[in-house]
Every structure is written in C-alpha cells, then in structure tokens.
Design a protein around this ligand. Structure first.
Ligand code: ADP
Ligand code: MG
Length: 259
C-alpha cells in the first residue's frame, strides 16, 4: 500500500443478478498518483461506475484491495467528492445552500459564515457569484453542472470522482466546462478520476488515460499525456493530439471487440 497514491490491486468483482452472476472486474490493477488527474474510458457497461464505487468505498470488492494514500478502504469515505451526469441539486435549497450541503452531511468545524465564505469563493471561481440565491431549476444545464462541481469540492475532498459529468451538455458548453475544470485544478488540490466517453475531453483534462477492456474489465492500455499546465483548446487540433486520439480510438475498438 502506497502513501502517495490510490492503489487498486488485483480486484475481482461479481454482481449477483436475476440471471446469475455477472463478473464486472477481473484482475483489475491501477495506480492513481496523489494530485494526478486520470481519465477512465472503456465500452459502455464494462465496469467504470463500479470502479468509482470501489474508490469511494460504497462497494467492497470480492477480492483484491483498494487503498487511498496508504489506507485500505473498508467503508464509505467522507474525503471523496463526487459529481455525475445529472447534478441532483435539491430544488428546495438555493444554489449556495446546495453547495454547502456536503459540510452538513460529513460535519465540519467551520462556522456558518465560514461555510458561506467557502461556498461563495467556489461559486465565484466558476462564474456563478450572481446566482447563489437562485434555485437549481432557474439555472441552465451548464450552470447546474458548475454548481455541482463546487458542491463536490466544498469539503476539500482528497479524491474527486467525476462520472461522465459533462456527458449531457452541448459541445460548446462542454468546452466551457473543460476550461472551468482546468482552472479549478489550479486553485483546488485534489486527486481526480474522470469517467468519460469523450476522448478529446480525456486528453484535454487529464495526465493519464486508462482504457478498460470490455466486461469483465481489466486495464487494457494506459496513455500518459504530457504538459498539463500549458494546455489550451487549440492544442486539441495539433498533430500530436490527433495521434493520441487515434491511438485511443483504436484501443476502444479493441476493447469493444472483446466485449
Ligand atoms: N448493483 C448492481 N447489480 C447488478 N448488476 C449491476 C449493478 N451495477 C451495475 N451492474 C451491471 O454491471 C455492469 C457494469 O456496470 P457499470 O459499472 O455501471 O458500467 P459502466 O459505468 O462502465 O457503463 C453493467 O452490465 C451493469 O448492468
Ligand atoms: Mg457508468
């Protein structure tokens, strides 16, 4: 178990279903270094969301181990922040109150004013400072997802898990959110795991892209992405990036055939 990484070691997991046992993870081993940002891609239904449940401690594997910074995961962890495709913000709370929610759930030594201050700081970072008193339904999809990212980061989680957070947004809004993610990463330290179907997104946002094989999923391929700090949207059209994208596309095809 390593102090400086999230380690998934030799994990096997089988779901019991009405039609019999369904093996989803088979001999899966992965390392996410502290403060890195990793994208996980792979065929639909291969076990990506299952992997996020392992990291957050919502699921304990049949065999193998998951450890976060040297600590074996045996129950759900509070130091994980999560955001999903559907932001699930609570309509009876304002945006500010939604962002503060994790502190009410996990508990905090911060005063009410300090909580508001932190939430406002995050909302300002993502350009929502004028919207703290609105209800979720008064915001656009992209704005709701911004608020959801603030909420996921509110309690300064060690690990940030994003399960297809931008999947439902239109292409331009998605690119805006990518820039927001870059900025958040500079401002807020976290070790990130991003599940996505969008290869451009994986290459633009992260330091390494893991391709999972078809179900039962194991690690099929890992691509290291250079130069995170200097990335701009224009870089998505350079020959080096296009080569990386083609490479990943090929790996996805191989993964789909195994399925
Ligand atoms: N709690 C569960 N019980 C039984 N089967 C499940 C459960 N959760 C997911 N599955 C099945 O396990 C497989 C992997 O699911 P999931 O990890 O959600 O895949 P992905 O996120 O890669 O699309 C799918 O076939 C899904 O139907
Ligand atoms: Mg999923």
């Amino acid at each position: 178990m390593h102090k400086d990484s999230i380690e998934i070691k030799d994990v096997f997991h089988v779901y019991e279903t009405q039609t019999g046992p369904l093996p989803v993870l088979k001999n899966l081993s992965l390392t996410f270094p502290k403060n890195s940002f990793t994208a996980v891609v792979g065929p639909s239904g291969c076990g990506k969301s299952t992997l996020t449940r392992l990291i957050s401690g919502l699921l304990i594997p049949d065999s193998g181990s998951v450890s976060i910074f040297g600590e074996k995961i045996e129950k759900p962890r509070a130091s994980v922040g999560m955001a999903f495709q559907n932001p699930v913000l609570l309509e009876w709370r304002t945006i500010l109150q939604n962002v503060i929610l994790p502190l009410e759930i996990v508990g905090s030594t911060l005063s009410t004013n300090q909580r508001k201050e932190r939430a406002r700081h995050l909302l300002k970072l993502v350009g929502l400072e004028e919207f703290e008193d609105k209800r979720p339904s008064e915001l656009s999809g992209g704005m709701r997802q911004r608020a959801s990212l603030c909420r996921a980061l509110m309690h300064k989680p060690e690990v940030l898990i994003l399960d297809e957070p931008f999947g439902a947004l239109d292409a331009f809004t998605r690119e805006d959110l990518w820039q927001v993610m870059h900025m958040l990463r500079k401002e807020e330290p976290f070790t990130g795991v991003l599940i996505t179907h969008d290869l451009r997104e994986s290459v633009f946002l992260t330091d390494q892209v893991v391709v999972l094989s078809g179900r039962p999923a194991a690690t099929q391929y890992i691509l290291d992405i250079p130069n995170l700090n200097e990335r701009s949207l224009d870089d998505l059209y350079t020959p080096q990036t296009i080569e990386m994208l083609n490479n990943l596309r090929l790996q996805i095809k191989i993964a789909q055939q195994r399925d």
